[in-house]
Design a protein around this ligand. Structure first.
Ligand SMILES: [Zn+2]
Length: 129
């Protein structure tokens, strides 16, 4: 059983690496972007305050244009938050603040995870000439 779990995790990791390798580079999608950090809050579906919050710094020169944030619940299976399209839409529009949210559709035991991720991205761009 342990072996099987480890293999699944390794496969998921390899799959994520493959998706990141195949994704376009962020600097090609949003050439004017110079810096981006993303404040992330995770909410349990029943909670009234954020369960976890952290900030992700994006290495603009190297980052893939792919923003998939793993679910914070270690018991969650096949969960996670793909905020790529919400975030890229805002960055393409040149917004300095991009907000969005996503609900986890993974499963915890026999129920749906339902954790809610809220993100606020703070972006800076090259000055327009
Ligand atoms: Zn989840």
């Amino acid at each position: 059983m342990m072996m099987k779990r480890r293999t699944e995790a390794a496969e998921r990791f390899a799959e994520r690496r493959r998706q990141e390798d195949e994704a376009p580079r962020l600097k090609d999608v949003v050439p004017d972007l110079t810096s981006c950090k993303i404040d992330v809050e995770e909410w349990r579906s029943t909670a009234t305050s954020a369960d976890v919050s952290h900030t992700r710094r994006v290495v603009v020169d190297h980052a893939p244009a792919l923003f998939v944030i793993p679910c914070g619940d270690s018991a969650c299976k096949d969960g996670g938050h793909d905020v790529t399209s919400q975030l890229l839409r805002g960055l393409r529009e040149g917004r300095t603040t991009v907000e969005g949210d996503d609900t986890c559709h993974g499963s915890v035991g026999t129920t749906t995870c339902g954790r809610i991720l809220k993100f606020t991205a703070h972006a800076e761009y090259k000055p327009k000439v």
